[in-house]
Design a protein around this ligand. Structure first.
Ligand code: SF4
Ligand code: SF4
Length: 182
């Protein structure tokens, strides 16, 4: 008996007190994905990379918004979203107590405004993506006019940019051609 007691004392605690005490998770633990909407530029890279389709992105041009959505019920905690995010807006937190009583509570959403083309007015990309692109384009420009020109260019939709490029290269009947392709 004494020997057994000695063995028990030597072994110490081999179980944890959870759920009566908080549980510390190990470093690198992959819990619930957390989005920082302020940091997110709504680029959609995480939604493309998500293998479980837990992340989705819907563009509602008529409502001038893009909706990012996480459905935790589908998440497999693989961490791909965190790996591909260019702005570190999403990371896997240490949260693992994810039981809810209503299915609606398994959804996390964030809404972003769309940028309208400065030429044709069509909504073509999230405002924050365009703002970041404009900043990056202007970053190493020493001439302020050139920096402004690049910023202005970032606010033009791909279709208008393509049309401008064709016109500048002296293509004939470009409007006719584009109309025919539409
Ligand atoms: S952790 Fe994996 S499954 Fe979960 S949202 Fe991110 S990419 Fe999708
Ligand atoms: S990859 Fe990052 S910045 Fe892009 S939509 Fe996902 S969380 Fe936002």
């Amino acid at each position: 008996m004494l020997k057994l007691l000695k063995t028990i004392l030597r072994a110490g605690d081999v179980t944890v007190k959870y759920p009566f005490a908080p549980l510390e998770v190990c470093p690198g633990f992959r819990g619930k994905p957390e989005l920082d909407p302020g940091q997110c530029i709504a680029c959609g890279a995480c939604t493309t990379a998500c293998p479980a389709n837990a992340l989705t992105m819907e563009t509602l041009a008529e409502e001038n918004r893009r909706v990012w959505q996480l459905f935790i019920g589908r998440c497999i905690y693989c961490g791909r979203c965190e790996e591909v995010c260019p702005t570190r807006a999403i990371h896997l937190s240490e949260e693992f107590e994810l039981a809810v009583t209503r299915k609606a509570d398994l959804y996390v959403r964030a809404t972003f405004r769309l940028q309208h083309c400065s030429q044709c007015g069509v909504a073509f990309a999230p405002e924050k993506s365009v703002a970041l692109a404009a900043d990056l384009l202007a970053l190493n420009q020493s001439a302020p006019e050139q920096a402004q020109r690049l910023r202005d260019l970032a606010c033009v939709c791909p279709a208008c940019r393509r049309r401008d490029a064709l016109e500048h290269h002296g293509s004939v009947n470009v409007h006719y051609y584009l109309k025919e392709q539409a």
